[in-house]
Design a protein around this ligand. Structure first.
Ligand code: C2O
Ligand code: CU
Ligand code: CU
Length: 508
């Protein structure tokens, strides 16, 4: 189908069509004029049945990102359906109140299908949250951030060069809920913004343009214990953020802009330059650019106040885990023309011993940057050493173009100092139950980059996606309860996922 996104000819997109057969009023809300799938509202404890019919000309399957569902219902790529087939999903909503995502998951096609339009939000509500009296209805706003690139005929442009896959595809136009130049008209009162990074690869550093800090209510897996005030918040693909935005006291007619603020480390230095020069990008990742505008268009006198306590979260400790001394490794690395986890590109049923997880156990996991496959430089542990043998992300870029800090490479130095593609940021997503982040440590070599993002992590709540910056080592604790079977984990840079930075756990 096609939608009008920019002035001129309509843009061809892939769309989730929705037909509600039976369900409570308000279960599906279409975002007006958007290619995004309808917002699906679910209640904790509800039993859901969804008939999903593949009307594309290629395989697809839907995954319910963030939802804790049985393996058969999780949209594993092995269940990808041929054109014309139907998959009937049935699950009970076990999640607490949270904003989740549905999107396709066929191996090697996920990035493209999401890019061309297949994605939508799932808003889960529960009684605990309802009792808080947070802003609802027209005062609770879903904000899906995406970046796209259009050609002269308004048609979406996707990957044309290898480097766009290696770094992930970045558009040069920000869309909010599928619309460009998004302006939110608000009353002078408190709002709840339910923000989702639905981009394929772009990482945002969210901040208000007037320096107002962000008041964070929740993350991927729902509300925090108490609101947290942050100067800015990092939001990587697949992550969600629940923000209290209080416009009371602001003059009618005044405006506020949500920006992505400058930061470094998302991409290696060389790639950062390429984004500007070779990709003609008006929006280099990590630069400073506006995302959307808020305009106060009417005054009101009543506004809810921010609750002091939001939820009860019991924190796991190492003593709760089955493996306090031996974390399950998630070693991420960039191989030649591929992206790896635990040194392998995705292959179904290629389980390593530590990827077999006993059902009902709570596990300590550790994400770290490794050395990858053959022939390139030092990994994210980052003994700043520019060498490597440069595996040529774009033919002809040999090692002469790298070099380390103070080195001789003509592209100048990158603090992380690794080889060609080394040491970029990866948002790592784990299917199944949410997890808790225990610690983050970072190597000295990448400290400069890290300083530009470190105050923007919200690690106190439940997460299902975590941004691993270059040289960073992240420990997390995750329960593996209720369902046996194969569950994916992967980089949520969707081009990386499609290039193999994906594996599966077998819960047994
Ligand atoms: Cu949002 Cu396995 O993905
Ligand atoms: Cu998922
Ligand atoms: Cu990645």
């Amino acid at each position: 189908s096609s939608v009008s996104i920019l002035p001129g000819p309509p843009t061809r997109v892939l769309q989730y069509a929705a037909r509600l057969v039976k369900g409570p009023e308000g279960t599906l809300t279409n975002l007006p004029g958007s290619y995004l799938g309808p917002l699906i509202r679910l209640q904790k404890g509800q039993k859901v049945r969804i008939h999903f019919r593949n009307e594309l000309a290629e395989p697809t399957i839907a995954h319910w990102h963030g939802m804790h569902v049985p393996a058969l219902m999780d949209g594993h790529p092995m269940y990808a359906m041929d054109p014309g087939e139907t998959f009937v999903y049935e699950f009970e909503v076990l999640n607490r109140a949270s904003l989740n995502i549905y999107h396709p998951h066929p191996h090697e096609l996920t990035g493209r299908q999401v890019y061309y339009g297949l994605a939508g939000g799932i808003l889960v509500n529960d009684d605990e949250e309802a009792a808080l009296g947070l802003p609802v209805g027209e005062y609770e706003i879903p904000i899906v951030l995406q970046d796209r690139r259009f050609d002269a005929d308004n048609q979406l442009v996707y990957v044309r060069h290898m480097h766009e896959k290696m770094m992930g595809f970045h558009g040069d136009r920000i869309l909010v809920n599928g619309r460009p130049d998004f302006t939110l008209e608000v009353a002078s009162r408190a709002y709840r913004l339910r923000i989702m990074n639905g981009s394929n690869a772009r990482i945002y550093k969210l901040g208000w343009d007037d320096g107002t800090p962000l008041t964070v209510l929740g993350t991927d897996g729902g509300l925090l214990e108490t609101p947290e005030v942050k100067p800015y918040v990092m939001l990587a693909p697949g992550e969600r953020l629940d923000v209290w935005a209080d416009f009371s006291g602001r003059a009618v007619g005044s405006q506020l802009v949500m920006r992505s603020l400058p930061f470094s480390g998302a991409l290696p230095m060389m790639a950062r330059r390429m984004m500007g020069e070779m990709m003609h990008s008006a929006l280099p990742p990590g630069s400073d650019y506006p995302l959307f505008t808020v305009r106060v268009s009417r005054g009101v006198s009543e506004s809810p106040s921010l609750p002091r306590r939001l939820a009860k979260i019991s924190r796991y400790t190492l003593a709760d885990t089955a493996n306090p001394d031996k974390p399950v490794p998630l070693e991420i690395s960039e191989g030649p023309m591929s992206m790896l986890i635990n040194r392998r590109p995705y292959a179904h049923d290629d389980l390593q011993p530590f990827e077999r997880i006993p059902l009902g156990s709570v596990q300590l996991l550790e994400i770290f940057h490794g050395h990858g496959g053959s022939g390139h430089g030092e990994g994210g542990e980052g003994m700043a050493h520019g060498g490597g043998s440069g595996m040529g992300m774009h033919g002809g870029m040999g090692m002469g173009m790298m070099g380390h800090r103070g080195g001789m490479g003509m592209m100048g130095g990158h603090g992380g100092g690794m080889g060609m593609m080394m040491s970029m940021a990866h948002p790592i997503h784990l299917h199944g139950q949410s997890f808790q982040i225990v610690s983050r440590t970072v190597s000295n070599a990448t400290m400069d980059d890290y300083a530009s993002v470190r105050d923007g992590f919200v690690d106190s709540g439940w997460k299902d996606t975590v941004l691993a910056m270059p040289g960073e080592r992240i420990r997390l604790i995750k329960p593996f309860q209720d369902f046996k079977g194969l569950f994916m984990y992967h980089c949520h840079n969707l081009e990386h996922e499609d290039m193999g930075m994906m594996r599966e756990f077998s819960i047994e």
